[in-house]
Design a binder for this molecule. Sequence first.
Ligand SMILES: [Zn+2]
Length: 412
Amino acid sequence: MIKRFPFLLLALAMALPAGAQTVSAKARQIQESAIVIDTHADTPQRFLDENFDIGSVDPKDHGHISLDKAKAGNLGAEFFSIWVEPETNQGHFARHTLDLIDSVYEQAARHPDRMMMAFSVADIERAHREHKLAALMGIEGGHSIENDIRLLRDYYRLGVRYMTLSWSNTNEFADSSGDINKPGVEHHNGLTEGGKQIVLEMNRLGMLVDISHVADKTFWDTIAVTKAPVIASHSSARALSNHPRNMTDDMLRAVAKNGGVVDVNFYSAFVDENYRKAAEAQAADRAAAEKAYTDKLKAEGKTPAYVDLDRIDREWSAKIPRPPLSSLIDNIDHIAKVAGIDHVGLGSDFDGVSGATPEGIDSAADLPKITQALLDRGYSAGDIRKILGGNVLRVFGECERVSREMQATRQH
Ligand SMILES: [Zn+2]
C-alpha cells in the first residue's frame, strides 16, 4: 500500500500559520512517539446535522476535527461524543442516540484506510500501529438511556465506551451541575439508588463512568460506589476558573485516589477566569438572541439545528478576546500538581465550544503546541506522553480488567 501521509504532512506544514512553526523538533518527536487520545469531541453533531465528512480538506472549514487535522496533530484516538440535545429531542432520546452512533460508523466506513472504529485498549494500540485514527464513542448525558438499564447495555454492545452520567440537565438518576440551582427542577440529592445500579452495571460492562457535568454531590456518590476508576472526559480546574462544571481540588484528589483521570476541557470559559466572567456578563443577551431565533423558527414550524445555534454562539464568543494558550496549560499543570501526573489528560471539547478555544488552538492540528508548552515548563517526555494519552489508556485498561473480574464472579 502506498503511504501517502508523509506528503500530506508536508502539505499541511506548508499550509499551517506561522505560530505552528514554534513547535520544536523535540516536541514534534514526543508528539509522534505518543498515543495521543482526546476524550471528547462533538463532531458527530456535524456528521448528522451538516453532513460533514471527516475527510474534508476544505481550508475554510472552521471545524476542529478532520482526518488531516488529526494527522497533523498526531491525534491517535478520539472519543466522539454522542450528545442528544434534551429539549429538541424530547420523547425520542434513544432514537437520536442511535442516529449519532450511526453517523460515527458511517464516517469510519467512508475512510477505512485512515480511520477505524475502536472499542478497547487493544484496538487503540492497533489503530496507532496502522496509522489510523481510532474512533471511539462516549454518550454525553444519562438521559440517552431513557431510564432503562437495558438500553445502557445495548449502547455498550453498539460500541459506546463511556457515559457521562448527566449532561447539563438533571435526569431520572443523576443531578447535574447545569441546573442544580434552577428552581422547578426535581433533584435527587446526587445519585439515586437506580443511578448507583447504573454505575455498577457500567463497571460490569466495561463502560467508563464519566463524571463531567454532574453536580458535586453526584460526583461524591459516584466515587463512593464505583468499582473502577472514573474519568472526567472534559473538565477543568475550578481553582482556576470558578465554574460549577469544573472540578474542585478535593475532587481532583478524590479522582487520584480512585485511580482515574481528569481530561482537561479546552473551552476558554473553563480554563480562564477572565473569559468566564466576560462570557457570564453576556449570557443573558446571548440566550435572548438564541431564543429569538428559536421562536422565529418555531413560528415557521421548524426545529433549530445545533449548527444554527452554534453559529449564534460563535458570534457572541468572538466578541470576547481569546485567552492565551498558557491558561489551558495552567489547568493541565494545576491538575498534575494537585492530583498527580498520572491523573491528567486531554478532553478538548472540540467542535462543542463554538470556536471558543485559547489562542493558537484552532484544531487538532495544534495539539503539538501543548506538548511544546509542557516541555517549556520542564515536563519530561515520559510525563508528557502520560498527559497526551498514556493515563487514559491505563484507566481504560483498568476498567476492562474490573469488568472481566466482575463478570467472572457474577452470581448465578
Ligand atoms: Zn459537555
